[in-house]
Design a binder for this molecule. Structure first.
Ligand code: AMP
Length: 326
């Protein structure tokens, strides 16, 4: 099934003179790694084609992967094949013109709530879209080329979206595909250093946040990071958002949520879990994501308590039936 779709995608790419790759807004390691990795593969394999990454925003911690190249013009879109990676719904695409290309392809690993595209390759159980792009290259490795730079991008995205190969989506195939990237002589030390190094301000902020973690009655860990606090500490939104991991190993807490207040007063909820499906919880607030990593943007602060209340109910119900895990 997926081989057929992959073949169709390759045929579309071969047919196009211009390929525009896009991803979700506020891109993370997987979104940037997959777009840059695919761009690298296509540029190496089809030097006569024009390959772009369209975007309205970038990601600080993946900047070491290199320059993403020029933004396509409206004229570039006219006959372009547009490939959107790692983005469940069209509204979330970074760059508003994706629907103006000639053909549209969706490649994603989020739950397919709002299908789009002339061709759609969605596999929800995949640990990352970088894994899917790597598999795409490997399937057609006689025709498609890869190099150290493209492999580094894909590896970085696989590492970040799988929590360093720790989250449940990590499969034998994930590790097989990662091994093919390692064969391209990538510098793992450099990648890990760039992905996981913190400034002293962030390290101290995390220490402060740990002291502020609160638990709901059933044990859902949560933190609220206000605009004021973030600004007082001189942190970017991204740096503040990345602290969700400080709650990931608290005994008795299988759901943890960081609430980060955006500049416009809305609140980004980053919801993480072990064993418990939090995707439906996020969907109740207009968000989405995966079973164990979901997110939503809350328009008003009152929604924070509502979301926490529902998370607590979910956690309490799971706890009642799985006492051995607590
Ligand atoms: P985050 O906490 O932003 O890393 O998001 C975790 C997962 O949930 C990612 O796969 C996101 O794509 C997804 N997600 C986050 N926010 C939203 C949203 N507002 N709508 C749909 N999916 C989201």
């Amino acid at each position: 099934m997926s081989l057929q779709i992959k073949r169709k995608i390759l045929a579309e790419i071969k047919n196009a003179d211009t390929v525009i790759i896009a991803r979700h807004k506020k891109p993370d390691g997987d979104a940037v790694g997959s777009t840059m990795g695919l761009k690298g593969i296509l540029e190496l394999s089809f030097p006569e084609k024009k390959i772009f990454i369209d975007r309205e925003d970038e990601c600080d911690y993946t900047a070491f992967l290199g320059d993403e190249g020029p933004i396509p013009s409206d004229a570039d879109y006219e006959k372009a094949l547009v490939i959107v990676l790692d983005c469940g719904n069209v509204e979330r695409v970074s760059g508003s013109r994706v629907a103006s290309g000639k053909r549209l392809i969706k490649i994603d690993h989020h739950i397919d709530m709002t299908p789009y595209g002339d061709i759609s390759w969605v596999e929800e159980e995949r640990s990352s879209v970088c894994e899917m792009v790597t598999e795409f290259w490997h399937t057609f490795r006689k025709e498609l080329k890869i190099d150290k730079a493209a492999s580094s991008c894909l590896y970085a995205g696989m590492v970040t979206d799988s929590g360093r190969f720790k989250y449940p989506g990590t499969s034998p195939q994930t590790l097989r595909l990662a091994s093919y990237l390692l064969e391209q002589d990538i510098d793992m030390d450099l990648i890990y250093m760039n992905l996981y190094i913190d400034t002293i301000d962030v390290a101290k902020f995390e220490a402060y946040l740990i002291s502020k973690i609160e638990l709901t009655e059933s044990g859902v860990a949560h933190l609220f990071i206000s605009r004021r606090l973030r600004k007082a500490r001189g942190l970017t939104l991204e740096e503040a958002s990345n602290t969700v991991g400080v709650m990931d190993a608290i005994k008795g807490s299988l759901i943890w949520i960081a609430f980060i207040e955006n500049d416009d007063g809305s609140v980004r909820a980053r919801i993480r879990s072990r064993f418990i499906d939090v995707q439906k919880l996020a969907a109740q607030f207009g968000g989405g994501g995966h079973e164990n990593a979901s997110g939503a943007t809350l328009k008003e602060q009152e929604e924070v308590n509502i979301l926490l209340g529902r998370a607590d109910e979910l956690h309490a119900a799971f706890k009642a039936e799985n006492t051995e895990l607590f």
